[in-house]
Design a protein around this ligand. Structure first.
Ligand SMILES: *Cc1c(COP(=O)(O)O)cnc(C)c1O
Length: 230
């Protein structure tokens, strides 16, 4: 068995165990394989093992790999920072965008989404640690942004995405993820018509804490594909 197959089994077992511990169904949790910096061949090997959802951070790199993989039925998630001059290619070539944090980008994605592709699934990235240098909307601005995004015709506002600052204590990791989950619950009450069912949170180092707090998409790179070269 090759390494990626072995790693995918191990990550799936971790997800199952974490779901069991949290008294949740494994089927509620989607594994997103984060393939930034990985080759198209590595994505193909993961797909051979049944992995269908892939996350990419860098547009140009993602488009090049997509061109090499058109024979596969993959679901592509954009999870990196978005420059507003790149929204058209994102709207045309992805199924999900997790990293929306301003209305200007959301408007462009909605206007530029090809109707034939159906609505684009959107998560709003939340700045969990109020770090001025980090991407994401602050909690205090979240409801206003969500209300605006939920009105855009070619988007489906699905939920929230978070990349918390590194913490080593699982209890501390979980506390941050629980704040994100609470923010989603507030949005569900404010916007009952929006299909808000997604918490994109948890990576290789903290997916257990994220699942304990209600994650529905965990984004895993290193523990599937191995260490990234800097
Ligand atoms: C790189 C990346 C991941 C995956 O991180 P790993 O630690 O390699 O699992 C998840 N989410 C985002 C937004 C990333 O940029």
């Amino acid at each position: 068995m090759h390494k990626i197959a072995d790693n995918l089994k191990k990550v799936s077992a971790r997800i199952e165990q974490a779901a069991h511990t949290a008294a949740r169904e494994t089927t509620e949790i989607c594994l997103l394989a984060v393939s930034k910096t990985r080759s198209a061949g590595a994505i193909r090997r993961a797909c051979d093992c049944g992995q269908r959802q892939f996350g990419e951070n860098y547009l140009q790199e993602a488009l090049e790999k997509q061109t090499l993989l058109t024979d596969l039925d993959l679901e592509w998630h954009f999870i990196g920072p978005i420059q507003s001059n790149k929204t058209r290619a994102i709207a045309e070539n992805f199924d999900w965008v997790h990293s929306v944090d301003r209305v200007k980008v959301a408007r462009r994605l909605s206007e530029q989404r090809p109707p034939a592709r159906g609505p684009l699934n959107i998560c709003l990235q939340i700045n969990t640690d109020a770090e001025a240098t980090k991407a994401g909307v602050d909690y205090r601005d979240l409801e206003a942004l969500a209300a605006q995004v939920s009105e855009l015709p070619a988007l489906r506002l699905r939920g929230l995405m978070a990349i918390p600052a590194r913490r080593t204590e699982p209890a501390q990791q979980q506390a941050v993820f629980e704040q994100v989950a609470a923010a989603l619950e507030r949005l569900q009450k404010r916007l009952p018509q929006a299909p808000l069912d997604t918490l994109s949170m948890g990576m290789s180092a903290d997916l257990e804490a994220a699942i304990a707090a209600g994650a529905t998409i965990v984004r895993v790179g290193t523990d599937i594909f191995g260490p990234r070269n800097p």
